[in-house]
Design a protein around this ligand. Structure first.
Ligand code: PLP
Length: 378
C-alpha cells in the first residue's frame, strides 16, 4: 500500500450502485448513462462495461474517454460547439444536443453531411430549460434567471426540423419528487412538442443510490411518463449516483496548531486542491475517526489543508481523544466529482489513487510526481 494521502475506491461499492442503477433502468424501461463530470477514473471502467453502461460527454476529452474506455459513442451535450470542434464531436457521438437554436442552425449542415456518409447516423437534440428551480445552491442551479443553459418555452415557437430529442438538466443531488416537479413544468411548457420527438434526456442529479431515495417512486414516475409518451426513449444521465459513497480520502495529521482558541489539525492533503467541493458547495464530510456530531466536551479541531490558502480549512470535528501527529484520518465519500476536480495549486502533492478489488486485493492505479506538476506548466 502507498503512503497517505490517497483516494481509495472500492469495487464492491461501485457494484452495489451499478446493481441498483441497472435495476431501476430495467424496471422503469429507461436508459441510464453515466456523466463523466462526476467520475473519470477510467481504470475502474471495466466494471462499468460489464454492466453495459454508456456515457454522456460535455467536452471532446470526455467524448474520447467514452470512445476509448467505455467502447461507446457518447451522448454529447456541449454548451457551445465551434467550427474547429464540430467534426470531431460528430465522429465520436451517437447523439448531439445543442444548447440553442442558433447553435443547431449553425451546425445543422455539418450533421447532414456527416449522416449522409455514415451507417450509424447522429441524432440531434435541443436542450430545453423549464426554468423550474429545485436546487438551493445557485452555482448548481441551471434554472436560475439568466441561465445560459437551454431554450425556454417562450423562445421555442416551432420545433426545428431535424431535432429528434429534448434534453433538460435541472437537478443536483435531488429526489424523485424534485424530478416530478420538473416533469410537470416540462410537460406544461413543452408538452406540445413531445409527440413529435424520438427521445428525451432528463439530465443528471437523480441521486438514486443515496439512502432513503424512493426508487419505487422514480420507477412509477418514469413508467407513467412513458405511458403518456410511448414514442419517447427516455434517458437519464446521472454522475454522482454511480459513485456515491464508493471511495474515501485517506490522510495523516502532520501538525497541530492553535490560534485565538481554535485548534487546527493540519493534514497531508488540501481541501482547496483535493476536496474542492467542500469549499465550493460547501459541505463538511464525515470523518470515520471523528464523532458524528461536534461536542465541545471532547477534543475538537478544525482540519486545515497543507496549502497556503487561508481559507483551506473545514471544521469542526470532535474526537474521543486528542489528535496526535501521525494520526490517520479518513475523509469519507471522496470519489464522485472530487477525484475529477482536483488541482495542483501550490504544488501540493496530489493523492495517489488506489483501487480495492472485490477479492480484497488493492492496486495503486496512479501515483503523482514532481513531473506531473511540472508538465502541466511550461
Ligand atoms: C448536463 C448534465 N448532465 C448530467 C450531470 C450530472 O449530474 P449529477 O452528477 O448531479 O448526477 C450534470 C452535472 O452538472 C450536467 O450538467
Amino acid at each position: 500500500m502507498t503512503a497517505t494521502p490517497y483516494y481509495i475506491v472500492y469495487e464492491e461499492k461501485l457494484r452495489r450502485n451499478l446493481d441498483l442503477i441497472t435495476r431501476v433502468a430495467r424496471e422503469a424501461q429507461v436508459e441510464i448513462i453515466m456523466a463523466f463530470k462526476a467520475n473519470a477514473l477510467w481504470r475502474t471502467f471495466g466494471v462499468f462495461r460489464e454492466y453495459g453502461i454508456r456515457s454522456t460527454a460535455s467536452s471532446l476529452n470526455e467524448m474520447w474517454l467514452a470512445n476509448e474506455e467505455l467502447h461507446c459513442k457518447a451522448h454529447t451535450y456541449c454548451p457551445a460547439y465551434t467550427p474547429e470542434t464540430i467534426d470531431q464531436f460528430l465522429a465520436g457521438s451517437s447523439h448531439l444536443t445543442f444548447n440553442s437554436v442558433t447553435q443547431f442552425q449553425r451546425f445543422e449542415q455539418n450533421v447532414k453531411d456527416y449522416n449522409a456518409t455514415q451507417e450509424n447516423t447522429i441524432s440531434c437534440g435541443l436542450r430545453i430549460n423549464p426554468m423550474c428551480s429545485v436546487i438551493d445552491t445557485d452555482i448548481y442551479n441551471p434554472c436560475s434567471p439568466g441561465s445560459r443553459f437551454g431554450v425556454t418555452a417562450e423562445e421555442l415557437d416551432v420545433l426545428p426540423k431535424g431535432i429528434d430529442g429534448f434534453h433538460f438538466h435541472a437537478l443536483c443531488e435531488s429526489t424523485s419528487f424534485d424530478l416530478e416537479k420538473v416533469l410537470i413544468a416540462v410537460e406544461r411548457q413543452f408538452g406540445r412538442f413531445l409527440s413529435q420527438l424520438k427521445w428525451i434526456n432528463m439530465g443528471g442529479g437523480h441521486l438514486m443510490t443515496r439512502e432513503g431515495y424512493d426508487t419505487a417512486h422514480l420507477v412509477r414516475l418514469l413508467r407513467d411518463f412513458k405511458r403518456r409518451y410511448p414514442n419517447l426513449h427516455v434517458i437519464l444521465e446521472p454522475g454522482s449516483a454511480f459513485c456515491w459513497q464508493t471511495g474515501d480520502l485517506e490522510t495523516t495529521v502532520v501538525d497541530i496548531v492553535e490560534n485565538s482558541g481554535i485548534a487546527t489539525a493540519i493534514i497531508d492533503a488540501s481541501f482547496a486542491c483535493h476536496m474542492p467541493d467542500c469549499l465550493e458547495m460547501p459541505y463538511k464530510p464525515r470523518i470515520t475517526q471523528a464523532l458524528d456530531e461536534v461536542d465541545h466536551n471532547f477534543p475538537t479541531y478544525r482540519l486545515g489543508g497543507n496549502s497556503c490558502l487561508s481559507g483551506d480549512f473545514v471544521g469542526d470535528w470532535s474526537f474521543e481523544r486528542p489528535l496526535q501527529i501521525g494520526d490517520h484520518l479518513t475523509l469519507e465519500d471522496m470519489n464522485h466529482y472530487t477525484t475529477v476536480k482536483t488541482n495542483m495549486f501550490n504544488g501540493i502533492a496530489h493523492p495517489a489513487i488506489v483501487y480495492r478489488r472485490l477479492d480484497g486485493t488493492t492496486e495503486v492505479l496512479r501515483e503523482f510526481t514532481y513531473e506531473d506538476y511540472k508538465r502541466r506548466m511550461s
